[in-house]
Design a protein around this ligand. Sequence first.
Ligand code: E4P
Length: 245
Amino acid sequence: MELYLDTAQLDEVRAAHRWGVLRGVTTNPSHMAKAGVRDMRAHIQEICWIADVPTSTEVVTTDADEMVHQGREFATWSPNVVVKIPTIPAGLEAIAQITREPVTATCSGCAHFTDCPIRARHIAQGTMTRRPEVNATLIFATNQAILALAAGATYVSPFVGRLDAIGEDGVQLVADIAEVLQVQAEEGRIIAAALRHPMHVTQVAKAGAHIATMAYPLLLQMVEHPLTEKGLADFMADYERSKQA
Ligand code: E4P
């Protein structure tokens, strides 16, 4: 299972990237607001520069035509942009339209445009012009995932923790979507989102999620274990003692 960071904080993207585990970033309007982002394009391009991974960029409208307009614009910012669209009727309409026609990533306005190795790689691979990929977000039911994939989404994002919070079973939703994909031999990638604790990560991996997106503190929690801390402290103490012997 791939690990994504659910954030718009650049220092968190940098830190996770340094670990060598970061395979994508998901942003949303709340993350952008929290990070104090004023220039969305520059910010997304900076994430692309830091981590060079698929970066979900969410439309901020409920109107289908405007979603298409924004989504196709986002796709020009970087070849790494994945357009994030809410799973509502207007969203389905927008997914169908956005994924129909290719868009060229011009990377215009990017502070790292000159001699950018990421752009050079995509030019060499012929992937600067592509049909934009869509991450269908705010999924709380299997049928929403079925619809989003039918409309043309590449990714579907069930919000696990938010379902748990209303007394439903978020991990079971991931398992149900994974089962549908398997039984139908369908393409589509499940991004398990709104994860709240380390057990969620293990649970969605076992349930068939292709990707888990999480807040940076949860990524830190994944590596922490009191016995690791204690074992390391003991090893270091023994090492120091052996030097004095
Ligand atoms: C996923 O892509 C969303 O950005 C995210 O997981 C939102 O969930 P939360 O705000 O409930 O954590």
